[in-house]
Design a protein. Structure first.
Lengths: 222, 309
């Protein structure tokens, strides 16, 4: 299944709107006063949850592509990653603005002193260069290999995101546990595939067949 | 202005909250305990409904009360679910009637109180208290209740009794499993339990306590973090040794026995210096003993509050 360019554009538009939906719903919720008794907490929390969800969806692109052969879905990855970053920035802004009200002293103290805030902040700092190098120009400039190793930072970023969630809940870790298990599966399947490849090479196939035979996969459109 | 409970309440006969709130404001303005005391002390106790005329209390705060909607939809009552909105959605999991509370342990007159008996121990008072949650938010809640001291007097604690342990209702079949070591337990030092601020609450906004707020009877200790207020109490036990509470078991380094509101002693994972009053936009500074220092600071004189957090 490979969509035509027109179809792909349509899919991309739908994805873009879908990624905007949580922000839109928050806005509506604020207007209609349906965010509960503590709307600021609800906004901060929802933004954080979507950051983590979008990170995990971004990380699911490669495994899904390998399992289904839908190589085109890699072209949706940038949108997903950038929205993850956008929600992350929104999450930080709600904390800085709505929660701490630009009390920079308190914010710096929090970042240094509260481990869950430290790791959350670190994750967002690490996401920034990835967002900045998401353009086709940056990919060309860096070269595929360097770009790829830089963007592998998403692995520690997602781990930090899960730790951030785990450390902030008071007692019931059910939700952070679910996110962590999904992340473990997404990273685990990569490790496993890598190990399989290594074994294959050791077994004599020093020149492994190209993984996607006879097919050039463009990860960005011209 | 008599409000007598009819035996069968017709919807048309229920006083609308804004009307009785207006009446209560009038009573308060008219100065008066005297006027309130002159009214018959009849305590209605239907499944829902007005608790009748209430005595005002000098211990109440004049701060603006948090909306009834917020107080009844934003709850930490883990037995009914761990999201704030869960308890209000799962009220069917707890039947607040019939109900009784065992008072036992180091007392000369152990006794089981039915709810109606509890209501007769002392005139019902409205106590408008600040409530500061350990999570960093706060409310102003118009509780209705009786001083815990009036119940303790009835059972005559023995000289060896130093602490009071509270046990909440727990039904494994319908309530949350895991998270905490059930049933929920809390504890106070006997002198804290006897402090005039400490009440057993049976109502909210002049009406019978909603399930999600700990129906039919819960503890309210306004100078301590909210979780000290055990909900849906089934047993009160007087003991010699300091009880280990559910939260102490869950996180000994995070939740101490005292858990007095203290802006200078942070939770290990977050600051306690400020709080968000529900309904307000910017945060406010948290007050020592939640603003009740005048009444309770002497209970802790000479104690290292960092050690006894």
């Amino acid at each position: 299944m490979t969509p035509s360019n027109t179809q792909l554009s349509a899919i991309k538009s739908v994805l873009f709107i879908a990624c905007l939906a949580p922000a839109f719903l928050l806005w509506r919720g604020l207007e209609l006063d349906t965010l509960g008794a503590n709307p600021i907490e609800a906004i901060t929390r929802t933004m954080g949850e979507w950051t983590l969800r979008l990170l995990l969806i971004t990380l699911a692109v490669t495994p899904v592509r390998k399992l289904t052969g839908w190589h085109w879905i890699v072209r949706l990855r940038r949108t997903l990653g950038l929205f993850a970053f956008a929600y992350g920035v929104g999450h930080l802004l709600t904390y800085v603005w709505l929660d701490q009200f630009f009390d920079w002293q308190a914010i710096v103290k929090d970042i240094l002193k509260r481990p869950f805030i430290t790791v959350g902040f670190a994750a967002l700092v690490l996401m920034t260069p990835l967002a900045l190098t998401s353009s086709n120009y940056a990919i060309r400039k860096l070269g595929g290999r360097r770009w790829q190793s830089l963007h592998r930072a998403i692995y520690p970023i997602a781990v930090l995101g899960c730790v951030h969630f785990w450390w902030l809940v008071k007692k019931d870790v059910t939700e952070p546990l679910i996110y962590s298990l999904i992340l473990a599966a997404l990273l685990g399947v990569r490790a496993w595939w890598r190990e399989q490849e290594r074994r294959k090479q050791l077994a004599g196939g020093y020149l492994p067949k190209p993984r996607f035979e006879g097919k050039v996969i463009k990860i960005f459109a011209k | 202005m008599l409000i007598r409970p009819p035996s069968d309440i017709l919807p048309s006969e229920i006083t609308a909250p804004d009307i009785y709130r207006e009446r209560r404001r009038f009573i308060a303005h008219a100065g008066s305990l005297a006027l309130a005391a002159a009214l018959p002390a009849s305590h209605a106790h239907a499944a829902t409904g007005s608790l009748g005329p209430l005595a005002a209390s000098p211990l109440s705060t004049a701060e603006e009360r948090t909306s009834r909607k917020a107080i009844t939809t934003y709850n930490n009552f883990y037995e009914l679910g761990t999201d704030k909105s869960d308890p209000a959605e799962n009220t069917h999991r707890l039947k607040p009637a019939p109900w009784s509370v065992r008072v036992e342990g180091l007392v000369n007159k152990p006794r089981t109180f039915g709810i109606d008996e509890l209501l007769k121990l002392a005139p019902l008072e409205e106590r408008i208290y600040r409530m500061r949650c350990v999570e960093g938010w706060s409310m102003v809640i118009p509780w209705v209740g009786i001083p815990l001291a009036s119940l303790l007097r009835q059972v005559d604690p023995q000289g060896s009794a130093k602490y009071v342990e509270f046990v909440s209702h727990y039904d494994k079949a319908t309530m949350t499993r895991g998270v905490l070591d059930w049933p929920y337990t809390e504890g106070l030092r006997l002198d804290e339990a006897r402090n005039p601020l400490t009440i057993l609450a049976v109502g909210l906004y002049g009406e019978v306590l909603p399930v999600q707020n700990g129906a039919p009877v819960r503890l309210v200790v306004p100078w301590k973090y909210g979780f000290k207020g055990a909900k849906s109490i089934v047993a009160i036990r007087l003991v010699e040794k300091q009880p280990i509470t559910a939260w102490m078991k869950a996180g000994p380094s995070e939740y101490g026995f005292y858990s007095n509101v203290n802006p200078e002693v942070d939770h290990p994972r977050w600051s306690q210096a400020t709080e968000r009053r529900i309904g307000e936009f910017s945060k406010r500074k948290t007050l020592m003993y939640n603003g009740y220092a005048e009444q309770v600071a002497s209970l802790y004189s000479g104690m290292d509050l960092r050690r006894f957090f």
